[in-house]
Design a protein around this ligand. Structure first.
Ligand code: SAM
Length: 264
């Protein structure tokens, strides 16, 4: 089954389809084919708009923040318009009870939350992902950045969203799971096929997938990067569609997916 013309890579047996291109146009093609929506869940890790000449600490050294052309800010209005554009398409391709998770830092997450309210999503939770070992703040003029926010929302106020309460409670040692989650950055084994500057840990994605989907559900990642969500879906026996603009990252994601039976 194809979700838009010409995936660059597919494995119909495992239910994985990868697309290279701009997620706006690929989602338009999917929406044309499935006007009632087709995805049970979407995970999106969009551009943060922070590669604009600032500095950060990498491996103990001061380096300029340059994650790529795709991460450059175009100013607050244009950045917000872009967030509205891709979120509107995500809302179209979600099934009526589907949910979306969007991760980001302060540079982008407030615009994402506002755009969701403008579009009529139902906000469910905002998760604070705590990084126990953040890089130091070299300027010594700010607190060190140690968290990211992940907003969880349903397609509309009418949605009856999926939440595996029982499993989450079990994972939290028999107590209700809180919205503060601690995860280390990706392990070395998750980077053996190459690096992505904003790669997420597989364990974080696995929790998201288990919390909000059932086996065989269909998940979309419109900003796939290195394919972390794909790996999590394969490990959890969910089907997956990924879209990525940069051919080099599509190749990286493809290798991770091909080898996901042996490696995270
Ligand atoms: C924040 S990263 C995602 C990282 C990913 N979660 C991972 O674990 O590797 C965002 C990705 O979106 C891609 N991207 C940016 N604009 C895009 C667009 N319009 N359509 C599709 N991909 C895009 C970038 O090339 C980048 O790889």
């Amino acid at each position: 089954m194809l979700y838009a013309a010409d995936p660059v890579w597919e494995d119909a047996d495992r239910g994985v389809w990868l697309y290279q291109g701009n997620c706006l146009s690929v989602m338009d093609r999917i929406a044309e084919r499935y006007p009632e929506g087709v995805f049970d869940m979407i995970f999106a890790d969009p551009p943060y708009f922070l590669s604009n000449g600032g500095i950060t600490c990498h491996a103990g050294k001061m380096v300029s923040v340059n994650k790529g052309e795709w991460d450059k800010s175009r100013g607050p209005e244009e950045n917000h318009n872009f967030n509205r554009e891709w979120l509107a398409r995500c809302q179209k391709v979600l099934k009526p009870n589907g949910t979306i998770w969007v991760s980001g830092t302060a540079h982008v997450i407030h615009s994402v939350g506002f755009a969701m309210q403008q579009l009529g999503f139902k906000l469910l939770n905002d998760i604070t992902w705590v990084k126990p070992n953040p890089p130091p703040n070299l300027s010594c003029r700010y607190f060190t950045h140690a968290t990211e926010t992940i907003i969880w929302a349903a397609k509309s106020e009418k949605s009856r969203h999926c939440f595996d309460y029982k499993l989450m409670r079990q994972m939290a040692g028999g107590k209700q799971m809180k919205s503060v989650w601690e995860f280390l950055p990706p392990r070395r084994a998750e980077k053996v096929f190459g690096k992505h500057p904003t790669q997420k840990p597989v364990a974080l994605l696995e929790r998201i997938v288990h919390a909000s989907t059932k086996p065989d559900d269909l998940v979309l990642d419109p900003f796939m990067g290195s394919g972390t969500a794909a790996v999590a879906c394969i490990r959890a026996a969910r089907r997956f569609v990924g879209i990525e603009l940069e051919p080099a990252y599509v190749s990286l994601a493809t290798r991770r997916v091909e080898e996901s039976h042996v490696l995270a």
